[in-house]
Design a binder for this molecule. Structure first.
Ligand code: F6R
Length: 611
């Protein structure tokens, strides 16, 4: 949800800012802008992607050693040139970029209009920059004006402020939206995540809510709160490496990330599975074992693909732990009045670690005394820091907007957690534990086997280029896979797709089936195979086109299928780790045939930091 970059130091700012924006473009890409501060404070911005901004600023005087830039995902005001960031204040002596939502912007705007301010855009951000100017006009410092303005602000923000009259100062603040400060030699970097910074320095500070970073040329980083209390944040060392942020020869990040899954799944269990002594080591579990052993129930919460991972987790936890699990959309959970106990455990799952609703769900459960466990991919993210304990998925940066490797890494970590707790709880025998652990270690090689069928999948996917709808069906562990397959197709190819529990099809969706309707059925030989075969017969009887995901050696479903992908045999609970792969590839190839922008689908953003 909007990407922010800033730089102050001895180098030329523009190349750093534009490169940074490209790294953050996954966060939003409907308009982009840049402000540089030399003798003047200059803003250049336009509708469209970062490449449009690059073309727009060609030939403009951009020489400066400090500046800031923004790539937008519109919340208030349509994506156009005027609503793009940065926003000037009325006198054009201040400029602000912002990620988040100022909820009380309307009332603030009304007051500012009464005080003689006029507005150019429809954004909430412009209200903030005018408010800072309003306070600054009384003769106080930029820092004080920012503090006063933020004290009046309700909502979420990560902001950077530049002032023409403060030529060596850059001020940044956050609440609810992420902001990282990179500390180099005589220079500072700012960004929504570490990816624009990693090239220049590994030393970073993650700002906390209501903290303001004061970046003064030639001085050390100073951090104060909006109430003017000085804080001394810890400097972290980044472990990212630059090749993880590049396409590495693949046409799209999404394809690269699909193909990385043998490694990312392995990285998720590496160091955690000890086959030699039949144990699973997860520090977050061991340190809080009593919580897990005494929990009344487990609530899993997330959004989108991460929510689908939770659904798989629910099946695994209930089977292995015999403890009730509820899976909640964080956006619903936070606004219901859920019954929560202080012996509940909330597991929050998030790739980005920044999803606003999931963060709010954590705060709600925390306020009721629940123990909070996080499963995040992005190290140091807001959710990772808001939880009592947790496990990283170690999938590496996921840049394609459609989540792929994060999903399989989340399912892997949930499986490990369930196995680790089940062993301590005594709800799994040592033999069974070993079998599942061995099966899990074999998954990466089996994923590679499926990826080797990419050409085959690409071949048959072209027949579905012009389809308008698709139905995905699965039962048991594969119902969440059906949901995930449908989500992948709709978000990157804009084909309407629905995932359904296979048997539920008879309660409505069956009415949609005709020869135009592709039906994707996940039909492995474990679980409810015979029942799924009956559901397939129902589809065929109505002339639906059947694409099936079957276990190697299956004959019955293969013969009924128009197209099929065989996946290797594995434990039933691990099938989602395999069955998802061909669905990701199918969605990818269909979207490519339809000439869709796979890595940056319309209207979407990778990190949803607004409600
Ligand atoms: C779908 C997708 C989204 C995310 C959702 C949650 O491909 O990427 O549905 O899964 O926005 O994001 P995180 O996991 O970052 O909380």
């Amino acid at each position: 949800m909007c990407g922010i970059v800033g730089y102050i130091g001895p180098r030329e700012a523009y190349p750093i800012l534009i490169k940074g924006l490209k790294r953050l473009e996954y966060r939003g890409y409907d308009s982009a802008g840049i402000a540089i501060l030399n003798d003047n404070l200059q803003v250049f911005k336009c509708k469209g992607k970062v490449s449009a901004l690059e073309a727009f600023v060609q030939g403009k005087p951009l020489h400066a050693t400090m500046g800031m830039a923004h790539t937008r995902w519109a919340t208030h005001g349509e994506p156009n040139d005027v609503n793009a960031h940065p926003h000037y204040s009325q006198s054009e002596s201040l400029a602000v970029i912002h990620n988040g939502i100022i909820e009380n912007y309307a009332i603030l705007k009304e007051g500012l209009i009464k005080s003689g301010f006029t507005f150019q855009s429809n954004t909430d951000t412009e209200v903030l920059v005018q408010l800072i100017e309003y306070f600054k006009n009384s003769g106080i410092s930029l820092l004080e004006a920012v503090q006063l303005a933020l004290n009046q602000t309700v909502g979420a923000y990560a902001i950077v402020v530049l002032s023409k009259n403060d030529p060596d100062l850059m001020i940044a603040a956050r609440k609810g939206s992420p902001l990282v400060v990179g500390i180099g030699k005589d220079e500072f970097f700012l960004a929504s995540d570490a990816s624009p910074i990693i090239e220049y320095t590994k030393d970073v500070v993650y700002l906390e809510d209501e903290e303001i970073a004061i970046l003064q040329r030639g001085q050390k980083l100073k951090v104060k709160t909006i109430s003017d209390v000085e804080t001394f944040p810890q400097v972290h060392t980044l472990e990212l490496n630059i090749s993880q942020l590049e396409k590495g020869g693949y046409e799209h990040f999404m394809l690269k990330e699909i193909f990385e899954q043998p490694d990312t799944i392995r990285d998720s269990f590496r160091g955690r599975i000890q086959l030699e002594n039949n144990t699973i080591t997860m520090a977050g579990i061991i340190d809080h074992l009593d919580k897990f052993l005494n929990a009344r129930r487990i609530i899993m919460t997330a959004a989108g693909t991460s929510w689908h991972a939770c659904l798989v987790g629910e099946y695994i936890f209930e089977e292995l732990l015999r403890i009730p699990v509820e899976v909640e959309y964080s956006s619903e959970f936070r606004y219901r009045k859920p019954v929560l106990y202080n012996d509940d455990i909330l597991i929050a799952v998030s790739q980005s670690g920044e999803t606003a609703d999931t963060l709010a769900a954590i705060h709600l459960a925390k306020s009721h005394g629940a123990f909070i466990y996080g499963i995040c991919n992005v190290v140091g993210s807001s959710i990772a820091r808001a939880t009592d304990a947790g496990s990283y998925t170690h999938a590496g940066p996921e840049i394609g907007v459609a989540s792929t490797k994060a999903f399989t890494a989340q399912v892997t970590v949930l499986t490990l957690m369930a196995l680790a707790i089940a062993q301590k709880k005594g709800t799994i025998s040592e033999e069974r534990l070993k079998e599942i652990m061995i099966a899990l270690t074999e998954i990466p090689a089996k994923v590679t086997q499926i990826l080797n069928k990419a050409k085959e999948i690409q071949e048959f996917s072209k027949y579905y280029t012009y389809t308008r709808n698709a139905l995905y069906l699965g039962r048991g562990y594969n119902f969440p896979v059906a949901l995930e397959g449908a989500l992948k197709l709709k978000e990157i190819s804009y084909i309407h797709a629905e995932g359904y529990p296979a048997a539920e099809m008879k309660h409505g969706p069956i009415a949609l089936i005709d020869r135009e309707m592709p039906v994707v059925v996940i039909a492995p030989n474990k679980g409810h195979y015979d029942k799924v075969v009956s559901n397939i017969q129902e589809v065929k009887a109505r002339k639906g086109r059947l694409i099936s995901i079957i276990t190697e050696g299956d004959v019955t479903v293969k013969e009924l299928s128009d197209h099929y992908v065989e996946i290797p045999e594995t434990e039933e609970m691990l099938i989602p780790l395999l069955a998802t792969i061909p669905l990701q590839l199918m969605a990818y190839y269909i979207a490519v045939f339809r000439e869709c922008n796979v890595d940056q689908p319309r209207n979407l953003a990778k990190s949803v930091t607004v409600e």
